[in-house]
Design a binder for this molecule. Structure first.
Ligand SMILES: [Zn+2]
Length: 138
């Protein structure tokens, strides 16, 4: 629990939020600056800054909620697709330093489907090499 963390304030009931789901460990609520209608954030109630710190068990509980929220958001806004995004560190675009997973609906023809695709192109062998190096770090 951090006194200055906006998501801790929401989790403790000290700040308002449009809550989609909550249980003992996880909350889901509407993003205050949404990409589009239905943009939802999933957070743990406990303060963990990022994916490096959060316990695997907590992350697994978050992801279970992400699935349920995604199905619900897709149905709710008649989305053609759902983006699930999780950012770690300011260089990655993380703004609130309390881990959260974005569920963002995508509407066909809105341009949002392009997302972060297409910035770089790598050969298959380069992709395979990167995958191998990641596996070594497990
Ligand atoms: Zn927090």
């Amino acid at each position: 629990m951090s006194d200055v963390c906006p998501f801790c304030k929401i989790a403790s009931g000290k700040a308002p939020a449009s809550i989609v789901y909550q249980d003992d460990n996880v909350m889901a609520f509407m993003d205050l600056n949404p990409v589009n209608e239905g943009h939802t954030l999933i957070v743990p109630r406990e303060h963990w800054e990022n994916i490096y710190e959060v316990p695997e068990k907590t992350l697994a509980e978050m992801v279970a909620v992400v699935k349920r929220v995604s199905v619900a958001v897709k149905k709710t806004v008649a989305a053609d697709g759902i983006k699930v995004i999780q950012l770690n560190g300011r260089d990655a675009g993380q703004v609130v330093m309390h881990i959260h997973i974005h569920v963002i609906p995508a509407i066909s023809g809105s341009g949002a489907t392009k997302g972060h695709h297409g910035r770089i192109t790598l050969e298959r062998k380069d992709l395979d090499e990167t995958a191998r190096r990641i596996r070594e770090n497990f």
